[in-house]
Design a protein around this ligand. Structure first.
Ligand code: PHE
Length: 341
C-alpha cells in the first residue's frame, strides 16, 4: 500500500505538471519553477520526510519516486519554456512587421507624371524594335556637347543652343567648358566610345536651355536620342526606322516624312514629321546620317562604320498625345491638372 509520502509526491508532481501546462507566459513559468523545484518548493520540501520512513526499501522507493517526479516536472518546464519562447518571438516579429509592399488603395492613389509615362512608353516601343537603352550625365563638358559633335569653338550652330554654363573651373575643366547639356546627342559620343558596334541604342534624358517659359518652351525638358551604327547603314534604314516607330507608337494610321534640314553632327540631315490620320502634320525632331567627324570623335573608322541618329522631344510627345495646349501646365504641379493623365 502507498505510503502517505508517495501519495504526496504524486500529488505535488501532478499539481506541478498541471500548472506548467497552464502557464501562458515565461514569468508565470518561472514562478511555477520556483514554487515546485525551488528551495522551499512543493517537491523539495517532501525530501525532509524521507528520514521519517521506516525501512530502507521504503526510503529507497520514496527517494526514487521523488527523483522521478522532479525529473518529470523539470522536463515539462523545459518543453513549455521553449514553446513560450517561440510564441513570444513570433509575436514580436508580427508586431514589428513592416510591409514594404503595402499600397494605398483608394481614389487618391498616385501615378507617374505624364512625361514619365511618355518616356516609359517610348522606351517600350524602342525595346520592341530591338533597341537598347543608355543614359548619360546631365552636366556635360563642351567637348561632348559641342566639339565632338562637329561644332568646334566659334561654330555658328552653337549659338542656337542657348546654353546654360556652370561656373565650375578647376583641375577637371577650364572655365566656361562645363555646362548643362542642351541635347541628348552627347550621349551618342559616350556610347560610341564605350560600346563596340553594331550599336542600336536609344538615350532618353533631361536637357536644359536658357529659354523663357512659354506655351511651347521650358528651360528644362526631355529628349530621346536614337543611334544606330553598323556596316552599310543608309538613309533608307533611317526612314524605315522612323516609320516603324511612328506606327508602333502612334498607331498604324499614322505616317512619317523627312524634310531636308541642317545639323552639324549629321550629313545629310533632316527634320521628321508625323502625319495624323486627318492629314495634319506634327513636327517631331531632327535626324540624319552620323557625320564622319562624329564617328571619329567616338573612336570609330568612318570607312568601316556608318550610321544614323535622331532626336526628339519627349514633352512634346506627351503634349501631343493628350492634346495639352500649354506645356507649362505639365510642370505647374497643380494636382487637379496632373491627376487627369
Ligand atoms: N540634337 C538635335 C537637337 O537637339 C536633334 C538631333 C539629334 C538631330 C540627332 C540630328 C540627329 O535639336
Amino acid at each position: 500500500m502507498d505510503s502517505p509520502l508517495s501519495a504526496d509526491v504524486a500529488a505535488a508532481r501532478d499539481a506541478g505538471l498541471t500548472r506548467v501546462a497552464a502557464s501562458v507566459t515565461l514569468d508565470e513559468l518561472a514562478a511555477v519553477d520556483a514554487e515546485v523545484l525551488g528551495k522551499k518548493g512543493s517537491l523539495v520540501v517532501l525530501k525532509t520526510r524521507l528520514g521519517s520512513l521506516g525501512t530502507v526499501d521504503e526510503k529507497k522507493a520514496a527517494g526514487q519516486a521523488l527523483h522521478a517526479a522532479t525529473q518529470a516536472v523539470t522536463e515539462a518546464l523545459t518543453v513549455r519554456r521553449e514553446e513560450l519562447r517561440r510564441a513570444a518571438r513570433a509575436a514580436q516579429l508580427e508586431a514589428e512587421r513592416l510591409d514594404l509592399t503595402e499600397e494605398l488603395v483608394g481614389p487618391r492613389r498616385g501615378h507617374a507624371h505624364l512625361v514619365t509615362q511618355a518616356w516609359h512608353r517610348l522606351e517600350d516601343v524602342f525595346i520592341g524594335l530591338g533597341f537598347q537603352i543608355a543614359e548619360g550625365p546631365e552636366v556635360e563638358t563642351d567637348f561632348y556637347n559641342f566639339e565632338a559633335l562637329n561644332m568646334p569653338r566659334s561654330h555658328p550652330a552653337r549659338s542656337g543652343f542657348d546654353t546654360l554654363f556652370t561656373d565650375y573651373h578647376g583641375p577637371l575643366a577650364e572655365e566656361g567648358t562645363v555646362l548643362l547639356r542642351t541635347h541628348t546627342s552627347p550621349v551618342q559620343i559616350r556610347v560610341m566610345q564605350t560600346i563596340e558596334p553594331p550599336i542600336y541604342m536609344v538615350m532618353p534624358g533631361r536637357v536644359f536651355r536658357r529659354d523663357t517659359p512659354d506655351a511651347t518652351h521650358m528651360p528644362v525638358f526631355h529628349q530621346i536620342e536614337g543611334l544606330v551604327i553598323d556596316r552599310g547603314i543608309t538613309m533608307a534604314h533611317l526612314a524605315g526606322t522612323i516609320d516603324a516607330f511612328t506606327k508602333a507608337f502612334f498607331g498604324g494610321a499614322f505616317t512619317s516624312r523627312l524634310r531636308p534640314n541642317y545639323f552639324p553632327f549629321t550629313e545629310p540631315s533632316a527634320e521628321f514629321d508625323i502625319q495624323r490620320p486627318d492629314g495634319s502634320w506634327i513636327e517631331l525632331g531632327g535626324c540624319g546620317m552620323v557625320h564622319p567627324n562624329v564617328l571619329r570623335a567616338g573612336g570609330l573608322d568612318p570607312e568601316e562604320w556608318s550610321g544614323f541618329a535622331f532626336g526628339f522631344g519627349i514633352d512634346r510627345m506627351a503634349r501631343e498625345r493628350h492634346g495639352i495646349d500649354d506645356i507649362r501646365d505639365m510642370y505647374s504641379n497643380d494636382i487637379r491638372f496632373i491627376e487627369q493623365f
